[in-house]
Design a protein around this ligand. Structure first.
Ligand code: UDP
Ligand code: GLC
Length: 390
């Protein structure tokens, strides 16, 4: 099976980290075509996954773009499509991992007669997409995709509600190698020391800095907590959201929380950092399609509180594997933080239970087997191309 994976981003967001795990199972047979260069290419190379950057400049359309802005990027899109058409003839299937990859992949699939799979990592709703983009995603997927892999039931439901064909959709959760998240206690203790956190209650937030990820909600909640509660923000403004990063720093200064908030930027030692936290908070203000950080916190054995919307409802069972709070509700979040502080025994039991449940439910080998089954059904063995001579 030779798959041409397409992704618009050069940066490692959750959709890209999920793709890395999926593509890795195919060794050196697939190709990942990126529409922008960046650290994601380096990460793929590090994992020996064949990668090629297909566009000289990142394409200029974002989730909220209107039709005019979309059309203005045609001069960039046409050469990209022609490259993808040529390339796809050497592969058995095209696998689009992002929205712009869907646009390019759909046209290329029509021209090269290769089946198209669309991995839907988004909730196709007005919270996240303009009306034109919603119609574009659903229209292209309906017409060109042989399968839409949704990262949660919530993403599947939103796609169908927006007009997507239900019979195309298969829900496949992100998978994780649980072993990578265990046994980091010693490194976590050293990090805690290095960051000067002492025995304070540390709330971790792991996400790119972006308004809908709601870092501001945790800062607000912190101002309602006792002074021995501190917050670590891990993540950077990946997709041009620097203004929000500035806004967060201003909020911290205005609330006088300078000595209780640490911004660590993008890190690649997530398991160690999550292990040092007493609680991981997820605070998205719009429905989260899946929420890798929630599962990762569980796998580390760290208690987690998450915003109750979207795919999160499928990940957290309140009181059993974590806590849920209404999105944007800083008071409710502060209350959970106080509960965690006041009830360490119960909190430990919940985190321990969540760790066991998450390791079973989100096992990477299971996810990869589901994806491979979908791909093998699409391109039966006898139709698959032999491996290319390198
Ligand atoms: N992440 C990371 N370094 C950071 C912040 C986040 O590697 O500094 C990872 C995090 O561990 C998770 C992913 O980025 O695997 C974010 O995925 P998620 O599904 O939570 O959110 P997304 O950003 O994709 O919407
Ligand atoms: C997207 C979503 C996130 C999800 C990730 C992996 O980036 O925003 O919720 O966890 O894809 O599917």
């Amino acid at each position: 099976m030779r798959i041409l994976f397409l992704d618009q981003s050069g940066k490692p967001g959750g959709a890209e980290l999920c793709l890395l795990d999926i593509a890795s199972q195919y060794g050196d047979r697939p190709l990942i075509g990126l529409f922008a260069d960046g650290p994601f290419r380096a990460l793929l190379e590090q994992h020996r996954v064949p990668v090629r950057v297909l566009a000289e400049r990142a394409i200029n359309v974002n989730k909220g773009s209107n039709l005019l802005q979309g059309l203005s990027s045609i001069t960039q899109v046409v050469p990209l499509i022609s490259q993808v058409v040529q390339l796809s003839r050497q592969y058995d299937a095209i696998y689009a991992n992002t929205q712009k990859a869907l646009v390019v992949g759909a046209i290329a699939s029509g021209l090269s007669q290769r089946p198209l799979v669309y991995h839907l990592h988004d909730i196709v709703s007005p919270d996240h997409f303009s009306s034109i983009n919603r119609r574009l995603i659903v229209g292209l997927a309906n017409q060109f995709a042989s399968c839409v892999i949704a990262n949660s039931q919530a993403s599947a439901t939103a796609f169908i509600a927006a007009g997507g064909r239900a019979e195309l959709v298969e829900v496949v959760y992100n998978g994780f190698n649980a072993a990578l998240y265990q046994h980091h206690r010693a490194a976590a203790t050293a990090l805690r020391h290095a960051l000067g956190l002492g025995d304070r209650l540390v709330i971790g937030h792991f996400s790119r800095l972006s308004p809908w990820k709601g870092q501001h909600v945790l800062i607000d909640a912190l101002s309602h907590c006792s002074p021995n509660v501190v917050a670590l923000f891990v993540g950077d403004a990946l997709f041009g959201e620097e203004a929000y990063a500035d806004q967060l720093r201003q909020q911290v200064a205005a609330l006088g929380l300078g000595d209780r908030v640490h911004f660590l930027g993008f890190r690649d030692d997530i398991p160690q950092l999550m292990t040092l936290c007493d609680l991981v908070a997820h605070t998205s203000t719009a429905p989260e399609p899946f929420g890798r950080v929630i599962v990762e916190a569980m796998l580390c054995g760290t208690p987690v509180v998450a915003a109750a919307a979207g795919g999160v409802m499928e990940l957290v069972e309140p009181g059993q594997t974590g806590w849920l709070t209404p999105p944007s509700d800083a008071d409710a979040l502060a209350q959970v933080i106080q509960t965690v502080q006041a009830q360490p025994e119960q909190t430990r039991a919940i985190a321990h239970h969540a760790q066991m449940v998450a390791a079973q439910r989100f096992e990477l080998s299971h996810t990869n087997a589901q994806i491979d089954r979908i791909m093998q059904q699409l391109v039966p063995q006898q139709q698959q191309q032999p491996a290319l001579q390198q």
